[in-house]
Structures are given as structure tokens and as C-alpha cells.
Design a protein around this ligand. Structure first.
Ligand code: ADP
Ligand code: MG
Length: 461
């Protein structure tokens, strides 16, 4: 395919992606420095080249699937996507010149090792928290003993909490341990779409479906993401159920994810739900603030030219507090930081700067305010909101007041002066409240828990 065509296709892909994104500016900057360089029918690969390692990482972690989907949708094909840096691509071209035959081999050495597993989602970059400990352990056990322990493993929970990450991690780990294993990751929706296509084919549908089932039955491990999407597709459900049952009876591992507990999946008949529950059902919950901070640090260090010294603990805590109910949002926040660093040059990200950076992101989200914090704290401690900002020095009022001040400082990223205005107090009183809570929180777990609960409440809608 010539250059002009590739540019045209890439423009269409950009359109597809930008349509769905909120932070268009940042993405535009990254994607403009990225090009579709090759569509190779022979090897079935589409090669996208990014100017730098940072852009490559950002694209790989955020838009790999969208780009691949969009290419294949636009070209009505099934290309594998390879993302390279300019340097890697040049090396690949050189290799290619050296030998006609090296082409396939060389491209493969840069490529995702298995076409349905995402090699970036591993156990080693999944942060396990206290509340997700058993989830992490069971996923690991399944990866190490596929088909022998919890079969099926059914993981359910809210969006952006790591279900897809864990599915791939299980696949990657099982595959690393036993390289001969063939592993299939599939979103239930894609499974359904394929069934739909098979059914539309002319000729003997029954034997085609049989062939389709047969193809799936060959895998050793089946990882099916977001099973709720096929809830209302009866034929798909039936075919899936056949394959699923075959796997279970053959002692081959199945891992499923869903947004709900099996019992709550009304459109699946009893026989499904019973089967879904027959192995291990386990939930994924949002990370606590400390875990969220660890995740942010991990994601930041994945960017080669970002140094953790460039961000203060306070700023990290601010991001964690505001985004921890969905890690995908945290990643959006991180991309924003990395991007600001590229655009504006590296400088320290403190609470104020973090606040400015995230103003735009939080614009569309629910944003807390001092009023909201004061109201929630008052409700929690069963005192009047006016008392919190008032003059009463009774202990029952003073304590909630300190907490509210502390939360304003850590959640809102506003200045001490502004907080002072909200609470009718001077700057030094505000500092002393914050210090008091900071100190007590260290030793008193009850206080730490109250703060944690209030934060969750305040940052939710
Ligand atoms: P879900 O499938 O539950 O909607 P994903 O698996 O897509 O969520 O997770 C969203 C993003 O958050 C992914 O990029 C994933 O790597 C990241 N993520 C989620 N949980 C963790 C975790 N505990 N540690 C590291 N990254 C995580
Ligand atoms: Mg998912």
C-alpha cells in the first residue's frame, strides 16, 4: 500500500479514536507524531510507528485495542497491530534489506507474542491491595495450575478495576510457564459477532457452527471478558455454553469476567448461573488510597523520562483520592502529567500544579467543593454544618472541623488562604488543624478509616 493511502487510513483511524476521547488535545499531539507505516497483507500485520519511546508506551497502553479495531473495521480485515518506535522501525527496514526472508522473523521479534494476549498486562505490573489479595492469589493459582484448581474462575466488579488486566496476566503467566499452551482471550461481544457472521454464511450453518466450536475447543485456556455483553444473544449463549461445558468437563481452564455476580445476571438461565458459580466467584474492588498511590507511581515510572522526584506525595495523594474509583481514569490523569511534562518541560508537580493539570479532567466529573466536604463531614459526625465553620470549641465540634479542613487541603488542591476563608479562620489555625490530623492519622487507625470512608463518599457522585 502506498504512502498516500496509508496517510488517508491513518486519518480515518484518528477520527475514530478522537470521537471517543475527552482530552482531544493531548491525544492529538501524541497521535500526530505517530504514523501508520505499513499494511502488510502477506504477514497480516499493520505497523504503526511512533516518534519516541514515551509515545509508544502511551499508545500501547491506552489505544492498542482501539487502533487495531479501527484499522480492521476500516479495512474489513484482521490485521495484527505492531507498534514500533522510529528506531525500531528503521532497524526492521535494514534487516529487511539484508534478507528477503528475514522480514517475517524480524517483525515477529518486535511483535506481541500471541495475537490475543496483551503482553503489557502482567502479574508483575498489577498491584495487589489488601482488599484484592485473594483475587490476586486466585488468579495466580489459576495461571500456575490451569484447569486444576478453580474452574471456572469468575471475576466480577466495576469498570476500570483491573479485570481485563488480570485475564491477560493469567494468560501471559500460564503461557510463560508452559510455552506450548494455546490460550485465547476474547471479549464476549467479539465472540458473539463471530457467531453472527457464521450464521449469516450461506450453506450448511450447522456444520459451520460445529467447525467454529471445534476451533475453539482446541485452545487450552479460554479467557472470556465481559460475559454480560452476550446476555441477550440467545444463539451466542447457546454456542458459548457448549464450548464452556466442553472446557470444564475436559479439565481445561476457563476464566470469565462480568460486571455483576452470576446470580444477578437475570438473562442467563439457571443452568448458566449454576455453572458460572461452580468454580470460584470472586470480586474486584476499588483500591484504597495507598494502593492507588502505588499504582500511580508504577504507571509513572513506566514512562522512561519521568522521575518520581518530579511529583510530591501530596500531589500523588490528590490524584489517588480523586481518581481511585476507576483506574482507567488514573491512567488518563497520568497521561496528562506526562504530556504536560513534554509540552511544558519538566518541573515539580506539587499539589497546586496537580490541581491545575486535573481541572480539565475533573470538569466533566463530579467535583468536590469545600461546601460538600463540610456537609458530608457534618452528616457523618451528626453535627450541624454551620457549627463546623462556626466558633464552638467543644471537642465534638473541633474534631470534625479538623477533619473537614484536612480533607479540603488534601482533596481540593486549594490554597490555605482559601480554606481559611471557608472556615472563617486564619492561615495558622488551618495549618495546625492539618498537622493535628496528619499526626493522629499515623497512629490511630480509626481516624485513618474515617478519613478513607469520607474521601470515598465525597469523591463519589
Ligand atoms: P476492567 O477490565 O475491570 O474495566 P482494566 O483491566 O481494563 O479494567 O483496567 C483499567 C486499567 O487500569 C488498565 O490499564 C490496568 O492496567 C489498570 N489497572 C487496574 N488495576 C490495576 C492494578 N491493581 N495495578 C496496576 N494497574 C491496574
Ligand atoms: Mg475490561
Amino acid at each position: 500500500m502506498d504512502k498516500k493511502n496509508l496517510t488517508e487510513i491513518w486519518d480515518l483511524i484518528l477520527e475514530d479514536i478522537l470521537k471517543e476521547e475527552e482530552n482531544k488535545d493531548s491525544i492529538e499531539l501524541i497521535l500526530e507524531n505517530t504514523k501508520l507505516r505499513e499494511i502488510d497483507e502477506k504477514s497480516g500485520k499493520a505497523v504503526v510507528v511512533s516518534e519516541t519511546e514515551v509515545f509508544k508506551t502511551i499508545i500501547d497502553t491506552n489505544w492498542y485495542n482501539q487502533i487495531k479495531e479501527s484499522i480492521n473495521l476500516r479495512l474489513n480485515s484482521n490485521f495484527q497491530l505492531v507498534i514500533l518506535t522510529e528506531d525500531e522501525y528503521q532497524k526492521y527496514l535494514e534487516d529487511q534489506k539484508k534478507s528477503e526472508f528475514s522480514r517475517e522473523i524480524d517483525l515477529n521479534s518486535y511483535i506481541h507474542p500471541n495475537d490475543s494476549l496483551n503482553p503489557n498486562y502482567l502479574f508483575s505490573n498489577f498491584i495487589s491491595s489488601e482488599s484484592n489479595k485473594s483475587l490476586f492469589a486466585s488468579a495466580m493459582i489459576v495461571a500456575q495450575n490451569p484447569g486444576r484448581k478453580f474452574n471456572p474462575l469468575f471475576i466480577y466488579g466495576g469498570s476500570g478495576l483491573g479485570k481485563t488486566h488480570l485475564l491477560h496476566a493469567i494468560g501471559n503467566e500460564a503461557w510463560r510457564r508452559i510455552p506450548s499452551m494455546s490460550i485465547k482471550y476474547i471479549e464476549s461481544r467479539d465472540f458473539g459477532k463471530t457467531v453472527g457472521e457464521v450464521m449469516k454464511n450461506k450453506g450448511d450453518v450447522t456444520s459451520q457452527i460445529a467447525a467454529f466450536q471445534e476451533k475453539f475447543s482446541k485452545y487450552d485456556i479460554l479467557l472470556v471478558d465481559d460475559i454480560q455483553f452476550i446476555e441477550s444473544w440467545d444463539k451466542t449463549k447457546e454456542i458459548f455454553f457448549n464450548i464452556f461445558n466442553y472446557f470444564i468437563t475436559q479439565g481445561k481452564q476457563v476464566v470469565l469476567t462480568a460486571d455483576r455476580y452470576p446470580e444477578e445476571m437475570d438473562s442467563f438461565e439457571d443452568r448458566f448461573r449454576t455453572r458460572f458459580k461452580s468454580g470460584l466467584v470472586i470480586t474486584v474492588v476499588p483500591p484504597d488510597i495507598d494502593t492507588a498511590i502505588k499504582i500511580i507511581k508504577l504507571k509513572l515510572t513506566a514512562h522512561v523520562d519521568f522521575d518520581l522526584k518530579q511529583i510530591t506525595e501530596e500531589a500523588l495523594e490528590y490524584i489517588a483520592t480523586n481518581f481511585s474509583s476507576n483506574i482507567r481514569d488514573i491512567e488518563g490523569a497520568i497521561n496528562r502529567i506526562i504530556l504536560m511534562n513534554i509540552v511544558e518541560g519538566a518541573s515539580l508537580i506539587d499539589l497546586n500544579r496537580a490541581h491545575v493539570i486535573f481541572k480539565e479532567i475533573t470538569k466533566n466529573k463530579h467535583v468536590s467543593s469545600p461546601k460538600r466536604i463540610i456537609n458530608e463531614v457534618a452528616k457523618h459526625f451528626k453535627v450541624a454544618a454551620a457549627e463546623i465553620t462556626g466558633t464552638n470549641r467543644r471537642k465534638e465540634i473541633m474534631f470534625p472541623r479538623h477533619i473537614a479542613i484536612y480533607l479540603c487541603k488534601t482533596m481540593l488542591g486549594i490554597s490555605l488562604k482559601e480554606i481559611g476563608r471557608e472556615f472563617n479562620r486564619d492561615h495558622s489555625t488551618i495549618i495546625s488543624s492539618i498537622e493535628k490530623i496528619e499526626k493522629e492519622k499515623e497512629t490511630n487507625t480509626e481516624i485513618a478509616q474515617v478519613i478513607y470512608d469520607l474521601r470515598k463518599l465525597i469523591s463519589s457522585n
